[in-house]
Design a binder for this molecule. Sequence first.
Ligand SMILES: Nc1ncnc2c1ncn2[C@@H]1O[C@H](COP(=O)(O)OP(=O)(O)OP(=O)(O)O)[C@@H](O)[C@H]1O
Ligand SMILES: [Mg+2]
Length: 209
Amino acid sequence: MLVSGYFIAFEGIDGVGKTTQLFILYHELRGRGCKVVLTREPGGTRVGEAIRRVLLDDAHQEMSPETEALLYAAARAQFVSQVVRPALARGEIVLSDRFVDSYLAYQGFGRGLDLTALERVNALATGGLSPDLTILLDMPAATALARLDVDRQDRLERQSVDFYERVRRGYRQLAATDPSRYLVLEADREVEDLAAVILERVEVVLGLV
Ligand SMILES: Nc1ncnc2c1ncn2[C@@H]1O[C@H](COP(=O)(O)OP(=O)(O)OP(=O)(O)O)[C@@H](O)[C@H]1O
Ligand SMILES: [Mg+2]
């Protein structure tokens, strides 16, 4: 029997293959007749997009890490209330390209903001909503970044490989705190192999097999 309202997040550093796997799973589930919402923060909400413009504006070079963290949380609050919760309430499957773990891994483990404070801000933003299953794609930062096109690499090189390795360790630490809610995969493998492992787990948790 198909469970109703299920929330799956894809996590991992830049270039590990989150978006690739998210689309494959989306089409597989749609092919099985599931109602699936594919989304990423700020999820197309008007308020979220406005916050995103503030975050990405080159004129805002002086923005402090704390301000940045609060703005991300504000966008997430809108995303959760306007997109995620309504979809789950309709009994749909929500596939999100990144969610809270990215926040904790990048702002906390990467930039060094206080994790407890970030978790409290996040609790306000999400009202405690967390994914039913988080798929963590894990691989060395240097290999993951090398997959991205040269333009992206140039921008990302502003952050060192060390930064991404810290973020990577953060993700793994988060996964270790609640192993039953994570599927941690070694992501340096064929796209099809990864997709098969992910689908197998998702079919089980959704009661499709
Ligand atoms: N298993 C894989 N093996 C080799 N290349 C892959 C694999 N998965 C994805 N790629 C390629 O690596 C690049 C990055 O993949 P993708 O965009 O899915 O990563 P991402 O995790 O979504 O990255 P970002 O965080 O930057 O959005 C793409 O060119 C994609 O085709
Ligand atoms: Mg992506």
